[in-house]
Design a protein around this ligand. Structure first.
Ligand code: UP5
Ligand code: MG
Length: 190
């Protein structure tokens, strides 16, 4: 793996802010390979791995899975991909996550998109999603929002100081949001 040649994009934003939805468009338009940290963890639950039970309990409580577990899954996904352009959605969720990723992978994202969305809108979207996620209920959403509010800002501040953060207004139609996302890539040769 030629880590120096990787081009990394990370998407940050609260529960239901539309990260996964915009990732589909970024993949289609710019040819990134998409890894959702939450999807990797959910896959780990359904594959009955040794960590599955702990991950399930953590997700039901809206808490953050230990960094080494998530980073290993992301590392495996990146290393088994042929693509050099990857997009990590919903990670890092805390400074601890960020530091663990950088220590293990030895790289930082080139771009960080931050999806800014009011809490009422996020709650409305998550409650109407209806895909059977164990954490899509009002009780767990409140916990997810609290964890997000408590831990996300230091991560954004860290990357902001490096000039990597692009803040996206996540309210509007999917296309209106992608109209803000699209020009971010113009400055990069990807
Ligand atoms: N929708 C999307 N865009 C819309 C728009 N513009 N207008 C109206 N509706 C819109 O969208 C959510 C819903 O809104 C969908 O129904 C969509 O159609 C609609 P989506 O694109 O799915 O939003 P997203 O931001 O991806 O929401 P998600 O719920 O996936 O975000 P979370 O960050 O909460 O979930 P994630 O899967 O990343 O994590 C789940 C849990 O896993 C965490 O709470 C945590 O417990 C655990 N986790 C970790 O511990 N560590 C990690 O690193 C990652 C996850
Ligand atoms: Mg998602």
């Amino acid at each position: 793996l030629g880590v120096l040649n990787l081009f990394g994009l990370m998407l940050s934003g609260g529960p239901g802010s539309g990260k996964g939805t915009q990732c589909v468009k970024i993949v289609e338009t710019f040819g990134f390979t998409h890894f959702s940290a939450g999807d990797l963890l959910r896959r780990e639950i359904s594959s009955n791995s040794e960590n599955g039970a702990v991950i399930l309990d953590t997700i039901k409580e809206g808490r953050i899975v230990p960094s080494e577990v998530t980073v290993k899954l992301i590392q495996r996904a990146i290393e088994s991909s042929e693509n050099y352009k990857f997009l990590i959605d919903g990670f890092p969720r805390s400074e601890e996550n960020r530091i663990a990723f950088e220590q293990i992978m030895g790289v930082e994202p080139n771009i960080v998109l931050f999806f800014d969305c009011p809490e009422e809108e996020m709650v409305k979207r998550v409650l109407s999603r209806n895909q059977g996620r164990v954490d899509d209920n009002l009780d767990t959403i409140k916990k997810r929002l609290k964890v997000f509010a408590a831990l996300n800002l230091p991560v954004i501040n860290y990357y902001s100081e490096k000039g990597k953060v692009h803040k996206i207004n996540a309210v509007g139609t999917e296309d209106e949001i992608f109209e803000q996302v699209h020009p971010v890539f113009a400055a990069y040769d990807v």
